[in-house]
Every structure is written in C-alpha cells, then in structure tokens.
Design a protein around this ligand. Sequence first.
Ligand code: HC1
Ligand code: SF4
Length: 579
Amino acid sequence: TVNITIDNKVTAVPPGTTILEAAQGLGIGIPTLCHLDLHTMEVKNQPASCRVCVVEVEGRRNLAPACATPVAEGMVVKSHSPRVLVARKAVLELLLSDHPRDCLVCAKSGQCGLQDLAEKFGLREVRFQGTISTYPKDHSPAIVRDMDKCIMCRRCETMCNQVQGCKVLTGVNRGFDSVVAPPYDLPLGETVCTNCGQCVAVCPVGALMEKDQTAEVLAALADPEKVVVVQTAPAVRAALGEPFGMEPGTLVTGKMVSALRELGFDHVFDTNFTADLTIMEEGSELLDRLNRHLAGDESVKLPILTSCCPAWVKFFEHQFPDLLHLPSTAKSPQQMFGAVAKSFFAETIGIPREKMVVVSIMPCLAKKFEAARPEFAVGGNPDVDYVLSTRELARMIRGANIDFATLADGEFDQPLGESTGAAVIFGATGGVLEAAVRTACEVATGRELPRIDFQELRGVEGVRSATVKVGEVELKVGVVHKLGNARTLMERIRAGEEEFHAIEVMSCPGGCIGGGGQPYHQGREELLEMRTAALYRDDCGKPLRKSHENPHIQELYRTFLGEPLGEKAHELLHTHYQA
Ligand code: HC1
Ligand code: SF4
C-alpha cells in the first residue's frame, strides 16, 4: 500500500489509487463535474477536463487534478487550501464564460452540477468574457440536446459507447469548437440512438434533457372534454420519493396514487396490471415455441427475447435486423395498457377513444419514443398519448405545491389497477424472466410451484445465465442489462457460440430502476441497489405473486380478450418489428 495524508488525515491505499478515490475513502468531498466511476461495470470516465477537482500537493509547483493523479508514497495533499479555492473559482468562471446564464428557465435548474458549484463558491460575476458558442437545439422523440450548455465532460459519451455500446456520441472538433455530437452531426432522432437516456442520466448540466411533456399533460387535465387516465410503471414507485428527500428505496406507491388524484387524473391505474398481462401473452408464447421446438418443428426459432424495453427493441432493430424473428411479439406493458384502456376501458365507461387521454408515468425516456411509434395508434390516435418521466411527475407535484411526504396512501382504481408481485419486479433486471418462469412453470405442469423466488435470476452482473426446470424441460435462460452486454451476447448467439431458450434484456443499468427518466443516478450504483431491494420487498409482501393469479386479468380474458395468443389478444397485444 501507499501512505498518503490528505487534509491532515492519514490513510493507506493500494498503488494506482487516485487522490480523489483516497479522499473519498476518508470521507473528504472533492467536487467534480466530469468524473464518473461505475465500479461494477468497470467503466470510468476520467478525462480530467473540468479541472474543478484540483488540489495542492506538497512539493509540486502546479495544482493537480485529484481525479487523474495517482497517489505516491508520503504524498501530502491539501484539498481546500486558499490556493485551491481561488483556483477552483477561476476554473468555474472559465467554464461559465462559455455557458448560457439562463438558469431561471433551464430544465436542469436546481439539479445542475455547475449551478450548484457556482452557488457554493458564491460566484457573483464572471470575470472572463468572450464569445459564447451557440448551436441549434436538437429535439429527438425523447431527448433534447442543447450543446450551448455542454461542458465537454464526456460522461454521455462514456455511457453511450462503453456501457450501452451504441456509439452515437463522440467529441468532435478542437479547442473552443469542441462539442459532443452524433455522427455527421445528424439529429439524434436520425441515428441509431435507442433513446435509452443513459447519457441524460449522467449529464451534470442541462445539455441533455428529456423531452418535457408536462405542459401537454396539464392542458389535457384542464380540458373538461377529456377523460385522463394514468398508468404508473413498476420502477417509479421505488424512486419517486427521492426528489422529496426520502431515502432511496422508499416505496411510495400509495403517495404516488394520491398525488396523481390530487393533480386531477380521472382514473389512476397501474402498468403493473398490464405487466401481468404481458406475462400471460409472453409466457404463452414461450411455452408455445418451446413445445413446438421439442416436437421437432424446425421453423421455430429460439431463444425468445423479451420485448418490453423500447430502447432494446430499437437497438435490435438497428443492430440485429437479421434476427427480428427472435423477440417476443408481445407489446410492452405500457403499450398493452394503452391498447386495453382505449378499447376495453373506454367501452366500459362508454366513451369514444378520442375522448380519452392516456398518460404514462415511466422511469424511462425511450417510452416517449415507443408511445409515438405509428404502429401503436388507431387512425392516428395513439394508444398512449403522453409519457412523463419520474422526474417530470416530481416537477408537476412540486408545481402543484403538494406536500408529497405527508400524503396519505391512496389505492389504485380498478379494474386496471390490480397486480401481483410478479409484475412489480419487472422494474429490476431479471424480473421479467422471473415473472415469466413463475407462470410458465405452473401452466406447463398444472401444479403449484414449490418455490416462488428464483434467486438465480437476480443480481447485478451484466450477463447472467441459469437453468430452470419448467415441467420436464431444463430451460436455459439468460438475463442481460446494459446494451453493450446485450450486443456481446447477441453476437455470440448469432455466431452459434451460445444457446438459450429465453433471454431477458433491459437496456439500463439495473433495469428500469436505473432508467433514463428516474431521478438522476449519476452513476451511483448503491442507489440502484436500494431501488431494486424495494421492488423485491414489494413483491414479497403481495398476497398474489404470480401473474396468472391476478383476478382482474382472468376476468379480462373471460369477458373481453378470450384466450392468450387468441385472435383478439393478437390484435390488441402483439406487434411486429422492422429493420
Ligand atoms: Fe419498465 Fe416495463 S418494466 S419496461 O422497465 O416491461 O419503463 O418500471 O413500465 O412497459 O411494466 C419501464 C419499469 C415498465 C413496460 C412494465
Ligand atoms: Fe446513446 Fe442512449 Fe444517449 Fe441515445 S439515449 S445517445 S443511445 S446513451
């Protein structure tokens, strides 16, 4: 080990440790804007470009960036000497010299790393004035890029290329003109961008933001002619408390329901209901393909791939156009909900679909893109009208002055608000497959499962595989999160190097709980673990934990849909893919 002293505190750390890491180990906070360390992914963004982490190292003439300076034996460091503070302030002023000052109307206001430091350092003027770079804003179906605000920290690039394997964002040009851009400077919406939003999740400033749809939703709520129905994704309930100061991993399902009622939604329903429905369809498809495969039908292709993650869907459409016969044709729970709400539920309450507005609350930005896909509309009227991220909902709640923390727990409306424990774990990596296995096992054997928890499908590793017995069959399943891992696995499958019966892919770290629309995770992996634990706790506490036991799902098949994979189910609940 190497002995080092920081702010008079002594520590011993392994060689190669940076001053920043050693300081963190001592509980000493050194500000950073560009640094990002994703331990479990073994990915680091370490360009040392922002320079706000500079520290004084005894015996060295120049200040050193703590994030990129390895420790040395006997090193003595001062993290907040007057010299350091003066330098940091100057660094901030230089960053601000080429940065818009429109904090009042910036979507990142209040959560901006640069604004936060400017406030902490008491900046009252920017001494260095010069040209301010300007770029046209780029609006994709999910993301707004405002490169005027980019500070070239390159965190987005690391997420997009190293974690997601999408290679959409790269630093281009030099010096004052340098900026992060898609290939050929194309608009993001015309590239292979999956809308996963992981670039947004780590952007420290307002350069990458979600496409905000709160104004459209407010207008619908204010329109007396409209019946506004809302659905809430599994992962939202594990993170919505965070913007209101609650401990990460606090389950706020009941408060979320109450807040949505207070905001004026006419019917508060749950995407978890259609997550159970997805299992009925996708589980049936899995058993059907498996049985035909075992009977020697060579036209059946395996592995079946889950299809509820819209960024993953767009990824395989772009990257694996030759394998479009593999994904399940089941729509995602979000889209199943829209289709059921605007048919079954509109009929139930006796209104035409045009009078109904369906709003989703999602942890995800790609859900905005998914809802806008033309195949999910009838006569131009979309099944899901607007998608709000967890962050946008939190803003609406704050804007309405609702005291979230003290809200009483509300209950979802019925019939589209009932769900089982199998549905809520959709929000964590491995959950969709676990839910499918719970149902497939019982349907295949007609016997009650000896166990409900499939620990072998849970965890944080990027690629996991397990063998699960479904009836007489040893089902080989894979679970993947983060698209870079999905690419590696799919390439192995394409090359015939790996064989699976079923694979779940979720694009974001940890699954939807780490989605691009959640309170910014900024790469903090412990946060994702706390949210995940909340979903499994919720599952454990439910009286029903298998999708096929959901009484309202059974009723929906009896009275409206018919059989899983039947004609009506096909028309409303299945889709197709295009290269
Ligand atoms: Fe997800 Fe899904 S789990 S995709 O991550 O299948 O977004 O939470 O809503 O649709 O149910 C997201 C979460 C979500 C869908 C479900
Ligand atoms: Fe890359 Fe995802 Fe951002 Fe698109 S949304 S640029 S794929 S990180």
